[in-house]
Design a binder for this molecule. Structure first.
Ligand SMILES: Cc1ncc(C[n+]2csc(CCOP(=O)(O)OP(=O)(O)O)c2C)c(N)n1
Ligand SMILES: [Mg+2]
Length: 552
């Protein structure tokens, strides 16, 4: 008896694999999957754009330590999701993209929304498959998830032709694979652990660099123990923040450039020497910098700078090995060492230089003062979603993370538009946590209408738009007798009215006091709110040193 159709089967398999929330944009041929989801116990969240659905799916993966999924329609729906797919590839995050595709029966006949979807996904994908028959769906979904989660995680794509989704089969004859287990967490040889510790101990200026790989591996307890036991200064990558709390006395975030320029040995803990870390090369690093590298991916070892001690394994397991070996032979970076004293001094100088900006009563506001108001208002376990150029970069100096996986930003690709999908996923994954989405006005423009999704699903996200009239700021009036500046927007735009169009509550603020009151009201309301914060278009980062994301 053909008692199950492809759409129901997909939803059933996703649920069996532990997916409780599914994001997407419906249309031919995937509407049936979304329609079947609730009966299978899956919350379906209809997004306004496929890229937002993709960002939400991968943020779910990162936050839950499992895999998030989204469904998109054929042709342009699938191509719209490709940027999110690439973003997951760049961040090494799992995600399952399910693309409906045109009917196999009409292959090469010019069918509705036909596109080479399998080939399009390929360059970014850890696994790509197309279900040629309905019976293959359960195995393909399990296989896709296994590939996405194993080793270095990444995105996977399952293509489902419309006639397969619509087809029916006898459920009794189907083979449902077991739920895909968490992947193995490889440890390293004890001799390598000893060698790594000896190298670290031999350094004069050792620096631990903590990446989001450590956050993904849930290595926070072990990394904190390691830092406490060795008293080693550490720097976190943007999304590695909070693995060790930002207010830990050994955090050297405020002296980032000094730390990178003067370290003689870096211990990479799930962090890569990519552009964010200036490739590990001069002038940001010493030419002779030594590297101890812990990474899940063997092929990452030695990227850009030769690795002295490779530790290929799971960050949580290997850091536990490191801590255990340290207990046998403890050592510490001395508090009175020139390295730690130099860092301390640099941190004090840098922090003192920022105080006038953080406390400025100037109106229109600079970036720092409103960020300080936000920092004061946030609970320690808040989830901070940020994107933009200065908005995001400066937020890294002012907004702290005290817990892992509590910061989601433009990531390894520097992708604008990730914020709304990430914030929606964060509030779905953590209904009881305070979620803010801090957006540059340009960044907000990419996916701003996703605020409707938050209102519709009663997600009490506080959206905060830092409005400086454009990409890196624009003029307060648009010129009428000269070409428009390329990054300029309509000045004084009222983004707060965008959310009001959907019944959310908007605030327009121009002063620190107004912002403080708006934040209080927003947090107390339990509703979806958007605060449009006017920022002086001339306000920039404090001169260099702190420029996290400049490519120089
Ligand atoms: C998808 C994408 N398109 C374009 C860019 C180039 N880009 C980098 S930052 C940025 C916007 C910065 O402006 P805004 O968000 O207003 O932040 P501000 O610096 O003004 O605070 C853009 C468009 C990008 N990184 N990603
Ligand atoms: Mg801007």
């Amino acid at each position: 008896m053909a008692d199950i159709d492809g759409a129901t089967l997909v939803a059933r398999c996703l649920k069996q694999q532990g997916i409780d929330a599914l994001f997407g944009v419906v249309g031919i041929p995937v509407t049936g999957i979304a329609a079947a989801a609730p009966a299978e116990g899956i919350r379906y969240i209809g997004m306004r754009h496929e890229q937002a659905a993709g960002y939400a799916a991968q943020a779910m993966s990162y936050l839950n330590g499992r895999i998030g999924a989204c469904i998109v329609v054929s042709g342009p729906g699938m191509t719209n999701a490709i940027t999110a797919f690439g973003n997951a590839w760049a961040n090494c995050w799992p995600m399952l993209l399910i693309g409906g595709s045109s009917n196999q029966a009409f292959n090469h006949m010019g069918d509705f929304q036909a596109a080479p979807q399998v080939q399009l996904a390929q360059p970014f994908a850890k696994w790509v498959g197309q279900a040629e028959r309905i019976e293959l769906i359960p195995r393909y979904i399990a296989t896709a998830i296994r590939h996405a989660l194993s080793g270095r995680p990444g995105p996977v794509y399952l293509d489902l032709p419309g006639d397969i989704i619509a087809s029916r089969t006898d459920e009794a004859k189907l083979d449902y694979p077991a739920r895909v287990e968490a992947p193995p967490a490889p440890q390293v040889d004890e001799a390598l652990v000893k060698k790594a510790l000896a190298a670290l101990q031999s350094a004069h200026n050792p620096l631990a660099i903590i990446g989001k790989g450590a956050a993904w591996a849930r290595a926070e307890q072990q990394v904190r123990r390691f830092i406490d036991e060795t008293q080693m200064p550490f720097l976190a990558s943007p999304m590695g923040r909070g693995v060790v709390p930002d207010d830990h006395p050994l955090s050297v975030a405020a002296a980032r450039t000094y730390a990178l320029q003067n370290t003689d040995l870096v211990f990479l803990i799930g962090a890569r020497l990519n552009w964010i870390m200036h490739f590990g090369l001069p002038p940001r690093f010493r030419k002779d910098v030594r590297v101890v590298q812990l990474d899940i991916a063997a092929e990452e070892i030695g990227t850009n700078v030769p690795t002295e001690v490779p530790l290929v394994g799971d960050a949580k397991v290997v850091m536990a090995q490191m801590v255990a070996a340290l207990e046998e032979e403890p050592w510490q970076v001395a508090a009175d060492s020139p390295w730690r004293q130099g860092l301390r001094q640099e941190i004090d100088t840098k922090k003192a230089a920022t105080v006038p900006l953080l406390t400025s009563d100037e109106v229109p506001m600079n970036y720092y003062r409103p960020l300080q108001e936000i920092q004061n208002a946030l609970p320690r376990d808040a989830i901070i979603v940020t994107e933009g150029a200065s908005t995001m970069d400066i937020s890294r100096q002012v907004l702290d993370n005290y817990e892992p996986r509590r910061r989601l930003d433009a990531g390894s690709w520097g992708t604008m538009g990730v914020g709304p999908g990430s914030a929606i996923a964060a509030q779905v994954a953590h209904p009881d946590k305070r979620v803010i989405a801090l957006e540059g006005d340009a960044a907000f423009g990419f996916d701003g209408l996703e605020v409707e999704v938050a209102v519709r699903h009663k997600l009490p996200i506080t959206w905060i738009v830092f409005n400086n009239n454009g990409i890196g700021g624009g003029p307060s009036t648009l010129p009428t007798d000269a070409p428009l500046p390329p990054g300029a927007f309509v000045p004084g735009a009222r983004y707060d009215k965008v959310i009001e169009a959907f019944g959310g509550k908007g605030y327009h603020v121009e002063t620190p006091d107004e912002l403080r009151r708006a934040l209080q009201e927003s947090f107390a309301s339990g509703e979806t709110t958007l605060i449009n914060v006017m920022i002086n278009p001339q306000s920039k980062r404090r001169p260099q040193q702190f420029a996290w994301l400049t490519r120089s």
